[in-house]
Ligand binder design. Structure first.
Ligand SMILES: Nc1ncnc2c1ncn2[C@@H]1O[C@H](COP(=O)(O)OP(=O)(O)O)[C@@H](O)[C@H]1O
Ligand SMILES: NC(=O)OP(=O)(O)O
Length: 317
């Protein structure tokens, strides 16, 4: 049995509620395959498109009725955890029941501590919300003062601060639920970013990258595999160029070289590769995989996706 942290991409979860339902339905099949194969699975997910949409809806409410209160970005992250977790919970519950292997599935609203002086708070890099033309994004910038950036050749998006996750506040609750045999959905959207104020926690205006948070979770749980599922089958070199090439595997040295060569876009593929590298670097026998959402089971068997391995420490088979 392997302990696998499976991270589902926010973009890969679709743009609408209907697309999300479809995405979680076939993802549930892939995750149920992993469970049927005897693995222990912990699920995390992104929230980029979703948290942007919630924030935009909350702002529209404020424009309609100025007596409404402003909703903080951390609260929007909390909302995104709930509705994405709800869909994942139901889809997985149904899929497991269909296979006659009922298990409780639970979403844990997760807060993640970030540092008070993380420099990322002053340098927004995390794309959220919908993809726009440059002109649309520029209008949003002028109207609301948002930071904007181009996202991997797919269009322009709002970008927000994305500090590094330091500590998963609910880690003991996650461990306890796993011990009891639940399938746990946690650290949604990278976790609700919070900072310590004395004995209390206070949300901050940011969206943590779920890839980095998933690596921290995998480390905390001493997982065997970190699997990042997204909308693309493999990591590419020269992505989007005529001489684009897919990678079946990547050593840490290769990963560093490609990062240095700027092969991976900030806010999309770069955090995935960095998260995988951090995870496999820390202890022997670990494996990290980046693959398409519906290829989880094949990816664990080395038949799909891109595997990141530590050439010095080896992989656990
Ligand atoms: N070198 C690369 N190889 C593969 N995909 C890349 C690369 N650089 C950028 N991308 C883009 O990154 C996307 C995955 O990032 P993103 O959509 O942010 O993930 P998520 O599914 O976690 O929301 C891919 O679908 C692809 O469009
Ligand atoms: N929070 C986060 O990393 O979301 P995406 O997976 O949508 O980028």
């Amino acid at each position: 049995m392997k302990k696998i942290v499976v991270a589902l991409g926010g973009n890969a979860l679709g743009k609408t509620l209907t697309e999300q339902l479809k995405a979680v339905e076939y993802t549930a099949k892939a995750i149920a395959d992993l469970i049927e194969d005897g693995n222990e699975v912990v699920i995390t997910h992104g929230n980029g498109p979703q948290v942007g949409k919630i924030d935009a809806a909350m702002n529209a409410l404020l424009l309609e009725d100025p007596t409404e209160e402003k909703t903080s970005l951390s609260m929007c992250v909390a909302m995104s955890q709930a509705y994405i977790g709800y869909d994942i919970q139901n889809a997985l519950r149904k899929e497991l029941m269909l296979r006659g292997m009922y298990k409780p599935v639970v979403t844990i609203i997760t807060q993640v501590e970030v540092s008070n002086d993380d420099p990322a708070m002053k340098h927004p890099t995390k794309p959220i919300g919908k993809f726009m033309t440059r002109e649309q994004a520029q209008r949003l910038k002028e109207q609301y003062g948002y930071a904007i950036a181009e996202d991997s050749g797919r269009g322009w998006r709002r970008v927000v601060a994305s500090p590094q996750p330091q500590y998963i506040i609910e880690i003991d609750a996650i461990r306890a639920s796993l011990r009891e045999g639940s399938v746990v959905v946690c650290c949604g959207g990278g976790g609700i970013p919070v900072r310590r104020k004395g004995d209390y926690l206070k949300g901050c205006a940011a969206v943590i990258d779920k890839d980095y948070c998933s690596a921290l979770l995998a480390e905390n749980l001493n997982a065997d595999i970190l699997m990042i599922l997204t909308a693309i089958d493999k990591v590419k070199i020269r992505f989007g160029k005529p001489d684009e090439r897919s990678l079946d595997s990547m050593s840490l040295a290769d990963a560093q070289r490609y990062i240095d060569d700027g092969e991976f876009a900030e806010g999309s593929m770069l955090p995935k590769v960095e998260a995988c590298a951090t995870f496999v670097k820390a202890a022997p026998g670990r494996k990290a995989i980046i693959a398409a959402l519906d290829q989880a089971s094949d990816a664990v068997k080395g038949k799909a996706g891109t595997t990141v391995f530590n050439e010095e420490l080896g992989m656990r088979n």
